[in-house]
Design a protein around this ligand. Structure first.
Ligand SMILES: [Zn+2]
Ligand SMILES: [Zn+2]
Length: 865
């Protein structure tokens, strides 16, 4: 198959690597004796004679009261691994006098997943064990029953935070018997959301302890680096990782593919590659033409339609009728019909968003094409895993998009096929995250000194700040009380990123199209911006900041827009510094001030600049965490980087660093920002900063600091290996540059990284654990912002949709996330999720290069006081 696609079509130079993944035999283990025979019998009824070795290992650990994280591949039976011990103990519990001697709580990141889990559990659960869903859709009359009688309660973190913990006295008998907490899909708890969930779990542990329970945590994760470290950060308790996957798998050929350069010329004359989606359309055409059942995974709804159309056009009748698109936004019956037709073989080709990732009944395909790296290895394997039937070979092809990360990956297969380097990153100690949970915890039960350790090292400093703000009051006995009338838990939305979201409203009809986070609004829905929503193009007529409304109208401009901004950064405090020869690498707290000053109109497809307009928007301030490095003038001299080349060298290095960080942390480049400064006032030296785009930090910059040697080495390799002459989107150009990708000096950037790395410690130390925020300035000025709370119903409607998530369950609530088409074309500024770029075409060469993170400046934040 691959031969046909590459050599026979004269495309062999596009094939950068072929990985042969051998078939893997299943390894079984006996059922642990502690698992009840009823469960073993129920499993046998489902066709499971013996558990796989990793399942048995997890069961043993759990039954011994050891918290465990199962981090194995897709379809490796993680559910059975945690369900067997949980259900065994719940069954034991039914023999207690009250019939509920043991209880367990199951947490899924989405409502849909919890519902799915209930169906799965039902097949194994003995009739005496009462299983119940408890979420925003649970009718009030059922809720009381669940609290009183259910022993296995399935819910989500939002409901735990808002519904269960604040009402803990009504859950007292449930909490008293709490034996297990299952945290499913725990790799999805990352960044700020993950940090919130970590604090919700600490509140749960505290209340459970109050009722005398100390539950064992059972976590299920996709394969990531350092699962035990992440599990401990998330739950606060040590967990043993089970990673040796013993499930069987068929052989697979995994190809890495780089689309060819086109005739088109991008910004500053850069060469432009064919987009991953267009290339996928060609490959799909050939595969379907050869009768191969193929699914193409794309990152946006629009791309799904485009790839299907392209293949249909190229195939012509009658094969065209056997190709279709599949995406969120279709009616459920349409989707079921497509799944059936693919399953039956009537459909040969399907272009799909990740909506299909969750589809139940699509597997056993012959080939899977991934148009662009899906962002994490977990998603990569989830998607590729759709290909392959038992004992039959399958093909997966990753087609690189024109950006540094994808380009790096298709030229560095070891980053995909060797041990995972990317870890799930979160930072529960972020004071912006912690503070509202301290309030919620105090409202649940007054806080005492004995709680300080549970909530982490920032707690002691934060409590007096919260008292000064009139949120908590300290009693003479030393305990802290919540004093307000409103519910403390309502002060924080686990999935919000701070500030009132801006509503996107159709001017003529008044229809609400969606919302965009306040932090991203200046760059994405400023007056004059092109805004994409569900494949339609709108122009923003007016952004009204006071009303938090952007009025838009349907339009068909021949251009996209990209915001230009100016950014300054100052160091508030330095936590850690490493000497790398003469250079220094630091991690600490910074303040970023960003102002969107105008926008460019760029012709669609070519990126040609048609014009620039000014905007009058206020600056926004973000206090966050950053990693930064500085080099000395002597080093620059040694590296042959004269002062006039320095801005371009530092700026280019900064862009590529942002592009490569997602290889090491579960973020994407839109979660982080950067600034490069030829002479920074705080360091007195040329300095490059990379910062978390969320107030207080999300852990990404810290991960960069911990993995700096590998990160900088990968960055250097990515730039130097790119075949372009002077910089292109595959290496140093950024789609969200604040300076219009000017100046950039690719060759000098490599030299700059070389001198930096020359002094780097080798080899890299062991993985970091949860690190105390020693030395961080958490004084009054750094206190959490008052307006962090945002109203949201207790029914979570996860909107963590970012780059590609098109989960039907998640789309729709935030218009901005619906159509994150970042594939291919250089013009991506219409996308409401991302950040625009900026800087002014005529930015002086000495101006700092800036690339603001999306959730950047938060005007409600503490920095503006
Ligand atoms: Zn390049
Ligand atoms: Zn830039």
């Amino acid at each position: 198959m691959l031969e046909t696609l590459s050599t026979e079509r004269g495309r062999s130079d596009r094939l950068t690597h072929t990985e042969h993944l051998p078939a893997r035999e299943a390894r079984y283990a006996p059922w642990p004796t502690a698992i009840r025979t009823e469960i073993v019998a129920a499993a046998a009824g489902l066709g499971v004679g013996l558990p796989w070795a990793h399942q048995a290992e997890a069961m043993d650990l759990a039954k011994n009261g050891q918290s465990v994280v199962i981090a194995t591949g897709t379809a490796s039976g993680k559910s059975l691994g945690y369900l067997a011990p949980v259900l065994s103990d719940l069954l034991d519990g039914t023999e207690a006098p009250n019939g509920r001697g043991a209880t367990a709580l199951y947490l899924a990141p989405t409502k849909a997943l919890a519902a799915d889990q209930r169906r799965r559990a039902a097949e194994l659960v003995p009739p005496r064990v009462r299983v119940a869903l408890y979420d925003g859709d649970t009718p009030p009359e059922e809720r009381e029953w669940v609290r009183q009688y259910a022993s296995y309660v399935l819910t989500n973190p939002d409901m735990l935070h808002r519904g269960i913990l604040p009402a803990h006295p009504r859950w007292s008998t449930f909490l008293k018997a709490l034996k297990y907490v299952v945290v499913d899909e725990c790799h999805s708890y990352r960044g700020v959301f993950g940090s919130h969930v970590a604090q919700v779990l600490r509140r749960l542990r505290r209340l459970a302890a109050r009722y005398g329970a100390s539950p064992t945590f059972l976590l299920a994760s996709a394969t990531t680096a350092e699962p035990a470290v992440t599990a401990r950060r998330l739950t606060g308790v040590p967990a043993t990782a089970v990673t040796d996957d013993a499930s069987p798998r068929g052989p697979m050929v995994f190809a890495l593919w780089e689309p060819p350069l086109t005739e088109n010329v991008g910004e500053h004359g850069a060469p432009v590659r064919r987009t991953a989606t267009a290339e996928a359309g060609y490959l799909l055409t050939d595969l379907v033409g050869a009768g191969t059942r193929t699914v193409v995974f794309v990152r946006s709804r629009r791309a799904a339609e485009l790839v299907a159309l392209q293949a249909q056009d190229q195939l012509g009748s009658p094969l065209a009728a056997r190709v279709a698109a599949y995406r969120g936004g279709y009616l459920a019956e349409e989707r079921r019909a497509l799944e059936r037709e693919l399953h039956s073989g009537r459909l040969l080709g399907l272009a799909s968003t990740s909506a299909l990732e969750l589809g139940v009944d699509v597997s056993g395909l012959d080939a899977v094409l991934l148009a662009g790296y899906p962002g994490t290895r977990a998603s990569l394997w989830q998607q590729a895993g759709r290909a392959g039937r038992e004992a039959q070979g399958a093909l997966a092809v990753l087609i690189a998009r024109d950006d540094p990360l994808d380009t790096y990956l298709v030229h560095h297969p070891e980053a995909l096929f060797a041990n995972p380097v990317e870890a799930t990153v979160l930072d529960p100690d972020n004071p912006h995250v912690l503070a509202p949970h301290l309030c919620a915890a105090a409202a649940e039960l007054p806080l005492t000194d004995s709680d300080l350790e549970l909530f982490g090292p920032s707690t002691a400093q934060l409590l007096p700040v919260l008292e000064r703000r009139g949120l908590l009051r300290r009693r003479p006995d030393g305990s802290w009380y919540w004093t307000r009338r409103e519910r403390a838990a309502d002060r924080v939305d686990l999935r919000g990123s701070g500030g009132s979201p801006v509503q996107i409203v159709e001017a003529d009809t008044g229809r609400l199209l969606g919302t965009v986070d306040a932090a991203a609004s200046h760059t994405t829905v400023h007056t004059g911006a092109v805004h994409l929503h569900q494949g339609r193009t709108y122009l923003v007529r007016d952004l009204d900041l006071d009303a938090s409304v952007a009025l838009v109208a349907l339009a068909d401009p021949p251009y996209t827009t990209s915001a230009r901004d100016i950014t300054s950064i100052s160091v508030l405090s330095t936590d850690t510094t490493e000497e790398w020869g003469e250079a220094t690498l630091s991690f600490g707290s910074v303040e970023v001030v960003n102002q969107v000053v105008g926008y460019l109109r760029k012709r669609i497809a070519t990126g040609e600049i048609l014009g620039e307009s000014k905007l009058d928007l206020p600056p926004r301030t973000l206090r966050t965490r950053a990693v930064w490095w500085s080099v000395t003038e002597d080093q620059l001299l040694d590296a042959d980087i004269p002062l006039d080349l320095l801005p371009g060298a530092a700026h280019a290095a900064e862009h590529a660093l942002i592009g490569l960080l997602p290889l090491f942390a579960t973020c994407d480049r839109w979660d982080i920002g950067g600034v490069s400064v030829p002479l920074h006032p705080d360091t007195g030296l040329p300095t490059v900063f990379v910062y978390d785009g969320h107030s207080g930090g999300a852990g990404f910059a810290e991960r960069g600091f911990r993995r700096a040697v590998e990160w900088l080495t990968a960055t250097r390799d990515a730039i130097s290996a790119c075949e372009c002459e002077r910089g292109c989107p595959s290496c140093v150009q950024s789609p969200k540059c604040g300076n219009g990708n000017d100046p950039l000096d690719k060759a000098a950037a490599v030299r700059l990284l070389d001198i930096l790395l020359a002094g780097a410690p080798r080899p890299q130390g062991p993985p970091s654990g949860a690190k105390a925020r020693n030395g961080q300035d958490t004084g009054a000025n750094d206190a959490p912002d008052e307006d962090h709370a945002r109203d949201a119903g207790d029914a979570p409607d996860p909107s963590d949709a970012r780059g590609g998530s098109d989960d039907p369950d998640r789309s729709g609530t935030r218009g901005g996330s619906d159509d994150p088409d970042r594939s291919g074309a250089p013009d991506r500024s219409g996308d409401a999720v991302g950040t625009g770029e900026s800087g002014g075409a005529g930015a002086a060469p000495a101006a700092p290069g800036t690339d603001a993170g999306p959730a950047a400046p938060d005007p409600a934040g503490p920095g503006t006081g």
